[in-house]
Design a binder for this molecule. Structure first.
Ligand code: SF4
Ligand code: SF4
Length: 374
């Protein structure tokens, strides 16, 4: 039976799909810029949307090592297309950020810090693996003893509408990593898409207030069971698996394995895997001086441990070979990250597999290392 009282935090309600547009409009009225998945140039990107019509309705994506294809399928879902190369990282930890400018002033220099202002974002359609990646970056950029000002400014104002993922791609393995396809926590609203309705689980007071007066019904036992079964089916349909048993130990005790050299012969050191990875966080600071020498601006840009310059120290490069750079990347993600931050650095989103031009698949590389050590 339809009602319109304010739902409680933790409760799950069912709305007719067009009603979601009202929630988007209310977010906009509250000053949020809505960001969601949208089709662009035959791929999926994250960008500004005004309403549900701009979501990838009826699409799925086919993904395998080195390949991504967007397909118009015969279904009536808005959230079945697994994202492309882009992740939410670009909004919280942007690829390029101005830090400060120095201007010559008489015999000295005047410094002006760049403004931190950014829109308040509402992320629509954040998958479980992506939410886990945001939480990993929270750990890095919002440490109790030091918070990165750019990240904190953006992160603390984000409104998150997450989705339970029901149609994983061929390169997904979030179930192996314990991150999905079910969303656990950290959302304002969590959405499960059934054929006729959206189920919404309320996660915050702000979400509650946005739902004020909206027509909904309490999720029935049938709806909840259907949702549960769909999530379980998705967990079984992951295109990849990764055995995480003894994972940091396995990688760290095999740092001298000949397998790294073999990967180095295939890897192009292009850095795609680090740019698409939602947890990678390396950056560089670049200074640009005006031709008249009166101003210098410092900018933070994404970097990659695959760039030869990244490991260049005075006197030489500490990782001069591609195999040593790949080993660094994987042994950090699945090895030392755990000691450093308490979790593995991979959430199982599969992007690094899909977008690697050499079709290198970390799940296969770990399986090969495991086999070698038997
Ligand atoms: S593993 Fe693939 S994506 Fe990563 S640097 Fe090597 S070739 Fe590029
Ligand atoms: S390492 Fe690969 S699968 Fe893991 S989070 Fe990064 S891009 Fe996703």
């Amino acid at each position: 039976m339809a009602n319109n009282r304010r739902p409680e935090i933790g409760s799950t309600i069912a709305i007719q799909k067009p009603v979601f547009n009202i929630i988007l409009r209310r977010l906009q009225e509250n000053g949020y810029q809505i960001i969601g998945p949208r089709v662009k140039n035959e791929t999926l990107v994250y960008g500004s949307i005004e309403n549900m019509d701009e979501l990838p309705y009826g699409y799925i994506t086919e993904q395998k090592a080195g390949a991504f294809r967007l397909i118009q399928a015969d279904h009536k879902h808005y959230f079945d297309a697994i994202p492309g190369a882009q992740s939410w990282k670009q909004f919280l930890f942007p690829p390029c950020v101005d830090l400060f400018t120095l201007r010559k002033n008489g015999n000295g220099w005047e410094i002006s810090n760049s403004k931190l202002d950014s829109p308040s974002y509402a992320f629509i359609g954040v998958r479980a693996c992506e939410l886990a990646a945001i939480q990993i970056q929270d750990n890095i950029f919002m440490r109790p003893d030091f918070a990165d000002p750019t990240y904190r400014e953006r992160r603390q104002r984000v409104f998150i509408v997450s989705v339970n993922c029901l149609a994983p791609a061929g390169t997904c393995f979030c179930a192996s990593m314990g991150n999905g396809p079910r969303v656990k926590d950290g959302y304002d609203l969590n959405l499960t898409e059934l054929d006729d309705v959206f189920l919404l689980t309320v996660g915050s007071e702000l979400a509650r207030s946005l739902l004020d007066g909206i027509e909904y019904e309490d999720a029935s036992a049938f709806m909840l069971t259907t949702a549960e079964r769909s999530i379980e089916r998705a967990a079984q349909q992951m295109g990849r698996t990764l055995d995480t048993n003894d994972l940091p130990e396995l990688v760290l005790k095999n740092l001298d394995s000949p397998h790294w050299k073999e990967i180095g012969e295939r890897c192009l050191s292009c850095g795609n895997c680090t740019q698409v990875c939602p947890t990678c966080f390396c950056w560089d600071a670049v200074d640009q001086m005006s031709l008249d020498g009166k101003t210098t601006s410092r900018t933070r840009v994404w970097d990659s441990c695959f760039n030869p310059g990244y490991s260049y120290l005075a006197g030489g490069n500490t990782r001069p070979t591609i195999s040593s750079r790949y080993r660094q990347w994987l042994s950090h993600k699945l090895g030392t990250w755990k000691e450093q931050y308490g979790t593995l650095g991979c959430v199982g989103c599969g992007r690094c597999i899909t977008w690697c031009p050499a079709e290198i698949d970390l799940t296969e590389e770990i399986a090969a290392l495991r086999k070698e050590t038997r």
